[in-house]
Design a protein around this ligand. Structure first.
Ligand code: H2U
Ligand code: ZN
Length: 350
């Protein structure tokens, strides 16, 4: 079958959602406009930035003079720990008015003390420190909460409020909708095939050799067959690992390399600091002494960048996407070709 010549739909086996692909509208590899957008120079330390070392945050606390990463409780967290003082009545008068309690913790993870760096500009050891920090906070929070969501919003276009390199981690006892969906999809696949969905997917992408952007001993970065965003990628653990807590140092070092390569390639596609939302999907934790097997899960990260044709032309998920389902013209295979062709050397360093 040549999917690149006909309009078709592809199914996302992790979510169960479909994406409409119309490659005839746009099936030639191109690099689009690569004009450099004027990125104003940021200082290495900004006295008005609440994430920089030594500065005072909104809650009046000063950040330490940190040297690698720094984590603090979000002063405006969307979730706060449960307190008995707030007892609300969740009894629904009808199933159409269903509500439940939500509590948890939100932390901000500064990736570097340096205000003007982004992940692809960090040294290998600084990136390893970021991955180590993710693991440390994952382990601590997974001991208390079922769902631990590590993520990064990068760029004002993605709603990121601070240029200082940082991500977040939110943890809560309920399963988020995405994790719940992926859990059910992966479990159903495991029950049907006796193997993990993403373990099979790694092998099948290695055989197909059409969408692999980067691979090392422990990680595979692909534009997934079912990608919805133009340059969406999936970072897959090649090892039988369900969550961050299981990663050995060698796997974390290899992950730092994979992150460096993919984020560098992203920046090089349009010679700009590529915006995205990225985050990690861990198996729900068994924090209450549950012994449920998580064999069906495979730790993976999603990168969802919004750019389509240049540093300023983004893909809008509107109209048909909002009302029906995702649609794309640029095929996943063509997006992969563009990312494969993009240099491993950051444009600013070249
Ligand atoms: P985003 O830009 O990705 O939203 O993350 C920045 C977070 O930092 C944001 O959630 C928090 C905001 O609540 N923050 C503090 O906790 N304290 C501050 O003094 C400023 C920003
Ligand atoms: Zn800063």
């Amino acid at each position: 079958m040549n999917l690149l010549e006909i309009t078709h739909r592809r199914k996302n086996p992790l979510s169960g959602d479909w994406v409409l692909v119309s490659p005839h509208r746009n099936n030639r590899p191109w690099l689009g406009a690569t004009e450099a957008v004027s990125e104003h120079q940021l200082p290495a330390h900004d006295p008005s930035c609440p994430l920089c070392p030594r500065n005072v945050r909104a809650n009046g606390e000063a950040n330490p003079d940190y040297a690698t990463t720094h984590v603090f409780t979000n002063d405006f967290g969307a979730l706060t720990p449960a307190t008995s003082e707030h007892s609300a009545d969740y009894a629904a008068p009808s199933s159409l008015f269903t509500a439940e309690q939500a509590n948890g913790e939100c932390r901000v993870i500064c990736f570097s003390p340096q205000h003007n760096l982004t992940l692809p500009e960090l040294s290998h050891s600084a990136l390893v420190a970021v991955v180590n920090t993710w693991q440390q906070h994952y382990v601590e929070l997974a001991a208390q909460y079922r769902c631990v969501q590590v993520f990064e919003n990068k760029g004002a276009i993605m709603g990121c409020s601070q240029p200082h390199p940082h991500g977040q981690v939110w943890a809560h006892p309920h399963l988020s909708s995405e994790i719940d969906q992926e859990d059910q999809q992966q479990l159903a696949y495991f029950q049907a095939h006796g193997r993990a969905l993403l373990a099979d997917y790694v092998v099948q992408e290695q055989q197909a050799k059409q969408r692999i952007v980067f691979e090392n001993a422990h990680w595979l970065v692909v534009v997934p067959f079912w990608a919805a965003w133009p340059f969406e990628t999936l970072v897959l653990s090649k090892d039988d690992v369900q969550h961050f807590g299981q990663l050995q140092q060698g796997q974390m070092e290899a992950l730092a390399e994979a992150l460096s390569v993919i984020t560098t390639k992203y920046d090089n596609v349009f010679n700009c600091s590529f915006p995205y939302s990225m985050g990690w999907h861990n198996a729900p934790s068994n924090h209450n002494g549950d012994t449920d097997s998580k064999q069906h899960w495979r730790l993976h990260g999603h990168f969802y960048p919004p750019l389509l044709r240049s540093a300023t032309v983004k893909k809008h998920m509107v109209g048909y996407e909002m009302l029906a389902e995702s649609q794309r013209d640029l095929s996943a295979e063509t997006a992969a070709k563009i990312l494969i062709a993009a240099s491993h050397t950051h444009y600013k360093a070249g």
